[in-house]
Design a protein around this ligand. Structure first.
Ligand code: ASP
Length: 322
């Protein structure tokens, strides 16, 4: 006699900003705000995800994202395991699929993936039963960064909509910019991409933002969002600016170029003296440390949400996070 089984609930992932609704974003940010209080307690650990396992699979270097995900999982009492490509069997030629299948055999609840190839997190979601979080796939998406940026902006400016953000620098190679522009649109805010035509080509307007090659365009913005030159995504010998000195002279964010009342964000790592003047980086206008703190609570909220909020029944086919 064949056994009738209830269909497994759809798994939820966070692969891209594209499939989040505004309500999803607000729920995640509100959860993060609620968790922020736990950071100042003497005992910071919450029992919420006891018995759950979170695996981090990182094929690209990371400081903030990996550190905050590991700490986020630990603060929620989950078991964690982190695998960096260097020193693992990836060095011996193992494919992403085989590495993912190997890790999946340990039964993780969540796999957090960073990889230089676009679509890598999607692949892991396809071949494993875990909830998958995209911690950066090439120049494509970095949704958890965009969520922590929105959180930081909301804390600083008290709202999410009607905000104008100038994103300055190497947008061409930036997953941070792509996710942020989408996220801003979702919550009723807007972006202008600013930089030389080589790093801010006209086709990027298709993301749903305006473009300027003149740094004076940042004057209208509430937020100046600074990006570094992402050399690891440029080909060997490929150059996009005549020299870093010239780039810095034209597009570097100096104190003179920041208007009173503007706030300055940077996803890190910063190259002081290139895209951002140290006097700006160390000023009270810079919210870089706030972004790092936000990264912890927002990633706690994402893990909590994926593992405790049921997927919407009305949209069972949806693949990405709800
Ligand atoms: N940390 C961010 C990223 O992983 C930004 C950067 O590396 O410039 O994309």
């Amino acid at each position: 006699m064949s056994e009738v089984r209830a269909p497994a609930p759809p798994r939820r992932h966070l692969l891209s900003i594209a499939d989040l609704t505004r309500a999803d974003v607000e729920r995640l940010l509100d959860t993060a705000s609620g968790l922020a209080g736990s950071l100042d307690r003497e005992v910071k650990r919450l029992p919420t995800l006891r018995g759950r396992t979170v695996v981090h699979l990182f094929y690209e270097s990371s400081t903030r994202t990996l550190a905050s995900f590991e700490l986020a999982a630990k603060r929620l009492s989950a078991d964690t395991m982190s695998l960096r490509a260097a020193g693992s069997s990836v060095d011996k030629g193992e494919s992403l699929k085989d590495t993912a299948l190997t890790l999946a055999a340990y039964g993780p609840d969540v796999i957090v993936v960073r990889h230089p190839a676009i679509g890598a997190a999607q692949l892991v979601a396809h071949v494993t039963d875990a909830h998958v979080v995209n911690a950066g796939d090439g120049k494509h998406q970095h949704p958890t960064q965009a969520l922590l940026d929105l959180y930081t902006v909301r804390e600083a400016l008290g709202r999410l909509d009607g905000i104008h953000v100038a994103v300055v620098g190497d947008v061409l190679h930036s997953r941070v910019a792509r996710s942020l522009v989408q996220a801003l649109r979702l919550v009723g805010s807007s972006a202008t991409l600013v930089g030389p035509p080589t790093l801010v080509p006209p086709e990027l307007a298709a993301l749903g933002c305006s473009i300027s090659h003149d740094l004076r365009a940042i004057a209208d913005a509430d937020v100046v969002y600074v990006l570094r030159m992402q050399r690891e995504r440029m080909g060997p010998g490929e150059t996009f600016v005549p020299s870093l000195r010239e780039y810095s002279a034209l597009y570097g964010i100096t104190p003179e170029r920041v208007r009173p009342g503007q706030v300055v964000l940077h996803p890190g790592p910063m190259n002081r003296g290139v895209e951002i003047d140290p006097r700006v980086a160390d000023s009270s206008a810079a919210l870089v440390t706030d972004q790092v703190r936000a990264g912890l609570v927002v990633r706690m909220a994402i893990l909590y949400d994926l593992l405790t909020v049921p997927a919407p029944v009305s949209e069972p086919a949806r693949v990405e996070v709800a």
